[in-house]
Design a protein around this ligand. Sequence first.
Ligand code: DQA
Length: 156
Amino acid sequence: MKIVVIQGPNLNMLGVREQQIYGPMKLEQIHAQMKDVATQHKIDIEFFQSNLEGELVDKIQECYGEANGIIINAAAYTHTSIAIRDAIAAVNLPTIEVHISNIHRREEFRKDNMIAPVCTSSIVGFGPFGYHLSMMGMIQIMNEVQAAQEAQQQAK
Ligand code: DQA
């Protein structure tokens, strides 16, 4: 089982950028915690961050046939990117979107979300802990998928 974690623009600045909104934790620290959880559950995990829309699209496409699930914070592209939305729909993998802040109680433009309708679920407003919740959610989804596949095998 493999999870790919995809981080969008400016998330490499966590710990520096707008700490009153995003807190003091750095992206590396968030990833280290996620890696611990993955190791405990014997799951492969890969981390990718880019400030470029096309690179995020490429990474999502690479997940096809390679990964069992995607955890994505598309950051500002959440509100604008039909290309990222289409890539998520194309690979058709269990996908959880995470937002550190509660995008629903911020500026009006953050209420537009191109990504959410093609994701399995959304986790918003829990701070960096949202990434831990996304791991829990993804492990649950993977267990359910595996159980369904096993049941299908037995029915044959
Ligand atoms: C964000 C919310 C977005 O609106 C913003 O552009 C970000 C981070 C979040 O994690 O809260 O860069 O995705």
